[in-house]
Design a protein around this ligand. Structure first.
Ligand code: HEM
Length: 567
């Protein structure tokens, strides 16, 4: 919550215009009420109630208290609409997409710090459409449904790298997950190799993501609640936000230009792969070579298209890394603290990946995307980790582009819309009882009369896949969902095939771990934790040794990868 001292120091400045805004709003909504809301204070409204931690569960409590799944809150004149059910999210964000596909402009992050070009933040506009088109065109899932992700071979290679690194330094698993996803994201976006674990690009994207998620938590900074503060001179006491913004203003350009320049310089080198950037630039070249491409207007259009390509590449690398790494860390935490689940998944995997040799003995292979259908318990475990501790518990805020009326309630233009994914993913009507407990079996139909794993478990088709909520609704739904989910699945499958691992505590009977063991701000992920990893079997050790050799012979050994990544 905002500190009360902070708020009162600003009240003098805010009071007159805040009063005018509330008066203006009351005139517009004369005939219809806003959705139910907690009682606020004069002038500051609910500013002191807006939660910065655990927002999902807290908004769910408000919904229960007020008896409505659509709520409103007013924070210093900013109107928040909080959506707590799937039905309302679909009604508004899908069926009325034209009104609900905008994003709020963060005065601090977008205007003062200069991050307004990242396409996740763009208003619903032509530039957004162009960036999204570029993204989807390149990253659309493959035609073969078993692959989940058209980039399966790169995903497999980076997961393999992770497994080999994990055997060498198991105590570093938490950072290794981030390194793996960061390297994959840079490779998909730019095709360039990364250095070892202290790769500067990955470290930079990590620090930027942490900074932005902290500042973008709705209610998380006072200048977004009251944008007129941006006009304060930066030397004024209380304008520390402005001095901070100036000190980090160099970041957006560094973030967008360094990997781009590096990639463009390295095109043609043997260690540079095909990527979003190389494909988009090649398409641009092809368009340029069309007969009518010399006109002056085409040249300025080209500069604009080049900018969209550069912005989209940077968005890929920014949006993929922290989100997917956090979801892997969450899944490892859940498996490490729930030994029963781990054992069942490992038994299921063993039945698929251990193959009998014609003479005697067995060979072990790594699972592939083609095995997905044969591993329902594993799939249920991955789904449960997305549901149990959703890494984006309150989504990414939207903004209404027009006034609207829903279920008799007035929703003013310019309202910030918060989609409470946590509440939807903990809805007992959909997911059954005890939704705070990690229990993959809620997604499974279980045949009690057999011990044969092939026949025992089947995924229920009647229960909503958590990804349908977690990755958003409507036109701005996450376009990288298939990449995130396939990376998560393959990491879990490979990890459980080769390693045993456990947390020092068995937390199977604990019903609410999130508040204690997780950072539950705008993004939710486990605090760094200790986990004991061991290679599972002699066959697993042999497979890891083979993997290491194969990676070395392909020239992707740690350290050799980034020898010319001169950033
Ligand atoms: C577990 C991992 C991830 C989660 C939970 C996640 C979640 C989200 C959510 C909730 C949104 C906003 C959707 C909405 O407004 O309805 C979003 C947007 C976005 N995500 Fe993801 N995401 C993940 C991984 C990824 C990956 C791997 C990529 C890229 C490869 C990506 C790229 C994007 C982009 C570009 C947007 C902006 C879309 C737009 O504004 O049109 N995300 N994501």
């Amino acid at each position: 919550m905002l500190k009360s001292g902070h708020v009162s120091a600003l009240l003098l400045l805010l009071a007159p215009s805040s009063f005018l805004y509330l008066f203006y709003l009351s005139q517009r909504q004369r005939r219809r009420p806003l959705p139910p809301s907690l009682k606020g204070w004069p002038l500051i409204g609910n500013a002191l109630d807006i939660p910065l931690q655990n927002a999902g569960p807290i908004y769910a409590t408000w919904a229960k208290k007020l008896g409505s799944n659509i709520l409103s809150a007013n924070a210093l004149g900013t109107n928040l609409i909080i959506v707590n059910s799937v039905e309302i999210a679909e009604d508004l964000l899908e069926k009325r997409a034209v009104k609900y596909s905008d994003r709020p402009v963060s005065t601090l992050v977008n205007e003062l710090m200069g991050w307004d070009w990242l396409f996740v933040f763009l208003p619903y506009s032509e530039p957004w459409k162009e960036c999204r088109r570029l993204f989807v065109q390149h990253f659309r899932p493959g035609d073969d449904p078993s692959r989940l992700n058209a980039n399966a071979s790169q995903t497999t290679e980076f997961v393999n790298r992770f497994l080999v690194d994990l055997r060498r330094t198991p105590e570093e698993f938490y950072g290794l997950a981030k390194h793996m996803v960061g390297s994959l994201a840079i490779s998909l976006a730019y095709g360039i190799p990364t250095r070892g674990r202290d790769d500067p690009l990955i470290q930079f994207v990590d620090s930027v993501a942490r900074m932005l998620t902290r500042l973008l938590t709705p209610g998380g900074n006072v200048v977004d609640l009251f944008p007129l503060l941006k006009y304060l001179p930066s030397w004024l006491p209380g304008a520390g936000f402005k001095r901070y913004a100036e000190s980090v203003r160099y970041m957006p350009d560094k973030y967008r230009s360094e990997p781009y320049d590096q990639a463009v310089k390295s095109f043609g080198n043997s260690n540079v792969r095909p990527s979003f950037l190389s494909a988009a630039l090649a398409a641009l070249e092809r368009e340029d070579s069309q007969p009518n491409s010399t006109a002056e207007s085409t040249r300025s259009d080209r500069a604009q298209r080049l900018k969209y390509i550069k912005d989209t590449a940077a968005t890929v690398y920014g949006t993929a890394t922290d989100t997917t790494a956090s979801s892997i860390q969450t899944l490892i935490f859940a498996l490490a603290t729930h030994p029963h689940v781990r054992e069942v998944v490992q038994a299921e995997l063993d039945a698929v990946v251990f193959e009998k040799m014609p003479g005697a003995g067995h060979t072990l292979r790594l699972p592939t995307f083609e095995d997905r259908e044969k591993l329902p318990y594993l799939m249920a475990t991955v789904m449960e980790s997305l549901r149990w501790a959703p890494i984006a518990p309150i989504g990414v805020p939207r903004q209404t582009a027009q006034d609207d009326v829903y279920d008799g309630y007035f929703i003013p233009r310019g309202s910030v819309v918060i989609v409470n994914a946590w509440s939807m993913l903990h809805d007992e009507a959909e997911y059954g009882p005890d939704t705070k407990v990690f229990n993959p079996e809620r997604f499974l139909r279980i045949e009690k009369n057999t011990d044969n794993l092939e026949d025992k478990y089947e995924l229920k088709s009647t229960i909503r896949h958590p990804g349908k909520i977690l990755f958003g609704f409507g036109r701005r739904t996450c376009p990288g969902a298939h990449i995130a989910q396939s990376t998560l699945w393959l990491t879990a499958a490979s990890l459980l095939t080769l390693f045993d691992f456990e947390h020092s505590e068995n937390l199977e009977s604990v019903t609410d771990l999130i508040g204690e063991k997780f950072d539950a701000g705008f993004m939710c992920f486990p605090h760094p934790f200790k986990c004991n990893f061991r290679v599972r079997s002699p066959e697993a050790a042999a497979l890891l040794a083979d993997l290491e050799l194969a990676l070395q012979s392909e020239g992707v050994e740690e350290g050799s990868m980034g020898s010319d990544a001169n950033l």
